[in-house]
Design a protein around this ligand. Structure first.
Ligand code: ATP
Length: 274
């Protein structure tokens, strides 16, 4: 087997393979081991997110969109949320983000009623990527789009400099996503798959505890999916939990820990690899 090319590209394209062969530089290997230890320690601290017997009916609807749904997600756990059209996936993810009226006492974030958790804390700790990337785009260039959330979260005014750590992370993520050469273009000029990758990496710049990704592989080609998978693996290795809504679970089944199957509002949770 022969890999040739700049280190950043080799890491991006073959990182998982190199790690599997034990060929990553020592500092990166040590980093992965430390991340695993950190994830184990975090797990002992208890679930990050708990959904307990959640039933939700839209106003005027005759049957509930979600019926007695339960789920527990630990730090670093990767869950797939699957199910046919209209089964309740988006409803559940919107409830988790407080985008629908919240039933009290059914959702817990870090052991505390999600209803009582300040919205700013949820925004800081949970990253949500919408099904339609355009819905989240606001800036005039790919670079500014990437850093828009950082500016908001760090309370930076227009023209104020982005701290070096976040700038470097944005550069690394744009390189990894293959979008560096398009950093000055309008995000609206990107292809559908590129927009999707941009909206995902924009959430990854300031690390969060949970990422909810709604259909991240839809309309994305093989290379884009491989990039996305590697990006998700890196977040999970760093201790973040992932809840990925998908109609293409086959791409993530090897990496994911849980598969949550929704049908007509009823959910069955299966641990993968058991
Ligand atoms: N705003 C709304 N008002 C009333 N009913 C709604 C609303 N949004 C969704 N529903 C209904 O709730 C049910 C679940 O919809 P939801 O969008 O959560 O499904 P989904 O699993 O995300 O579907 P898809 O795979 O098509 O995105 C469906 O029967 C849908 O018609």
């Amino acid at each position: 087997m022969l890999f040739d090319g700049p280190p950043a590209e080799l890491l991006r394209d073959h990182g998982a393979q190199l790690a599997g062969l034990g060929l990553l530089p020592a500092d990166l290997q040590a980093g992965a081991a430390a991340a695993r230890r950190a994830r184990a320690a975090q797990r002992e601290a208890g679930p990050l997110l708990e959904v307990k017997g959640l039933t939700f009916t839209y106003p005027g609807a005759v049957r509930p969109a979600l019926a007695d749904v339960s789920l527990s997600l630990q730090p670093g756990e990767w869950a797939l949320l699957v199910g046919s059209n209209g089964s309740g996936k988006t409803t559940l993810s919107q409830l988790l983000m407080g985008l629908q009226p919240l039933p009290r006492g059914r959702l817990f974030w870090r052991g505390r009623d999600l209803f009582r958790t300040p919205v700013e804390q949820l925004a800081r700790e949970i990253g949500y990527v919408f099904q339609q990337p355009e819905h989240q785009m606001v800036a005039s260039s790919v670079w500014e789009e990437c850093l828009f959330g950082v500016r908001a979260q760090l309370n930076l005014r227009a023209g104020q400099e982005i701290p070096r750590a976040e700038r470097e992370r944005a550069e690394a993520l744009l390189l990894q996503a293959g979008l560096w050469d398009k950093r000055e273009d309008s995000p609206y000029l990107l292809s559908g798959g590129e927009k999707r990758l941009l909206s995902v990496i924009a959430q990854f710049i300031l690390p969060k505890s949970l990422y909810i990704l709604d259909e991240p592989t839809a309309g994305t080609d093989y290379r884009g999916i491989q990039i996305l998978l590697e990006l998700c693996r890196q977040q999970a290795a760093a201790g973040a939990a992932l809840l990925v809504i998908t109609h293409d679970p086959q791409w993530m089944e090897e990496d994911a820990d849980l598969c949550c199957q929704l049908e007509q509002g009823n959910m069955l949770v299966r641990r993968l690899g058991d």
